[in-house]
Design a protein around this ligand. Sequence first.
Ligand code: AMP
Length: 292
Amino acid sequence: MRDKPLDLTKEQRVIKSPRQIQELAFKLRSQGDSIGLVPTMGALHEGHLSLVRAAREENKAVIVSVFVNPGQFGPHEDFNSYPRNLEQDTQLALRAGADLIFAPAAADIYPDGYQNFVAPGPLAQGLCGAKRPGHFRGVCTVVLKLLQLTAASRAYFGQKDAQQLRVIQQMAKDFDLEAQIKGLPIVREADGLALSSRNIYLNEEERQQSTILFQSLRLAQDLIAAGQRETNTISRQIKQHINQAPLARLDYLEIVDWADLQPLKQLTGQILIALAVYFGATRLIDNIILDA
Ligand code: AMP
């Protein structure tokens, strides 16, 4: 049995006040305990829980933040309908090894008079950044605040949001943040669909066709394994494949260098193939990182 850094009841493990979590976090750090942070927007699934378990392995205390961050949603996106269930999230997170759930209100994170936002650089410009203006500004701002409030030694992110991972790694480097940024593999359903809190929006038919994202990434992987290095050819084949799902509407497909996220004509080194596909109003993303 791991030793628990905090002797608290279940109710005491859910903290809403930023000042309270910060006080507790500073106390833990001052007594030499490491803290792992798993930032989430809730509606927790096995993808999130894989991050919690990794944090559990490496830190004395684990904080899971549950915050649907208004700052990272566009005006016509799903902020209002985003699934929220703090009671269930708390149970799942605690069971997976979290010590504390930090679930602040938006007004506590962005109080009246709030003024400052992180302006992310070129890594945030392409891919999802191009399709969701302001998204990474919102993500970086909230992650920076969460790292400050939880005094995290390490913070855990999924490769599911690959661009987010790179953007945050760069922010941590540029701002000399203490927290180590960790990226973990994508957790998928048995048929390949990447787990996402948004998958519940899909109707039965859309759910069936949603496997097209992973299938098309596998197709690209096979082409590359067979020696194909022309981005145009791979892109064309992926697009043709996605067109076979009548309900799928491609938002973007990008084949980029994993380090700088810039488009590649010829594949070399570590590459990221990332795509976003709409099924009705539901936007799904997926990606694969490969050594070409
Ligand atoms: P979200 O709640 O969607 O903001 O996600 C919180 C964290 O969980 C992010 O770092 C995501 O990349 C990660 N995550 C979401 N889905 C998955 C998944 N299927 N596999 C691994 N990590 C995931």
